[in-house]
Write a protein that binds this ligand. Sequence first.
Ligand code: SF4
Length: 437
Amino acid sequence: MSKLPEDRTENVFIDFKKPYTTSQALAEANRCLYCYDAPCITACPTSIDIPKFIRRIANDNVRGSAQTIFESNILGMSCARVCPVETLCVGSCVYNEMDIPPIQIGKLQRFSTDRAFEKGWDYFEAGPDTGKKVALIGGGPASLSAAHRLRRFGHQVTIYERDELLGGLNTTGVAPYKMKADASLTEVEWILSIGGIEVKTGVEVPKDISWEELRAEYDAIFVGFGLGKDSYLKGDNAEASGIYGAVDYIAKMKLEQLDVSSVKHAVVVGGGNTAIDAVRELLGVDIQNVTMVYRGGEHQMSGYVHEWAEAKKENAQVSWRSQPVGFVETDGAVSGLHCKKMDEHKKIIEGSDFEIPADLVLLAIGQGKQGDLMSGLPGLEIEWGKVVVDEHGATGCPGVYAGGDCINGGKEVVNATADGDVAAQAIHTFLTGENNG
Ligand code: SF4
């Protein structure tokens, strides 16, 4: 596993949510009502038995608590940090209906899983060899989750990853005040420690190895290759320096040292979670003026309300109902964003042109879908660039399964993890006829 530089930019960030001490975790765990038919379980895409893991903390069985989490979600450590718990488990806790603060499930999950990593507790081993081989395309959460479950079933697995690092957006895209890249890589190593997961990095499918070759060599294929490159805006001076895709730029912040000392005005275009993360990260590296530019109003943005509320507290500026139509350039470098105002129906108001000063522009307006990379596989269906699958992750091509962002267009780590696990169980049934799900 590559060693990350210590002086990388993300290391200036501190944890947004402080971890619990043992006494804090015990106090919180003892508040849980251990509900029957607990709504927090239903709200979790990986269906972790939340009351059970919390009760185990309360009973001073932290090792068992972490086991309960990992049984359902092998990426439980990262999900504890990056899940939008406010809209999932914590948001559905029964205490919300009583106007009592809900149980801090994410922080309790972090408490148990961090302890498991610190202590080096081991829970899983590979199953007896079945002689079946599965290829996993992409090294992010969906494939890691699938690979681990498939190893527990005893299948031979090989992960093919285009880049050098595994972990996908957990490694390169998570806001560093939630989780840093080295924590993701530690989790990757922990998952690989089950043994027998072959990893081939720097291999791009289908460029370096074709689908036909993969189908000939493996008994089943899982595709979890996520989304493609950032989308870019057209318009005047779109080639000026200082204009980046947000996902690309965030990856640089996480893996390298960036010099932002000359940036006076940064602009982030978009209204989703990537845009909000980018705004907060730029503010976090002490850029004084950071403006989000969004073509709708506040109630129309797709980013989480709780994340935007935090960005506002951190002094984020915003230009609502603003459509970028080009860039202003000075000596080859971007110096501003040329916008037009939009009405409430997102129609451009003619004659409403204005400029926002910017010496750095990040575009968080979406990423390409990669479903077309799979074209040519017989029976496969692609819709708007997304791979079409059934509820078990099966594509229309026998033996080919998919999960994560390439089927949903971009959701949470926990959704990708759940997809990988569901597909692994379906692949096991496909390969052996057994249903151990
Ligand atoms: Fe505990 Fe809340 Fe879940 Fe009930 S809904 S089991 S109180 S975390």
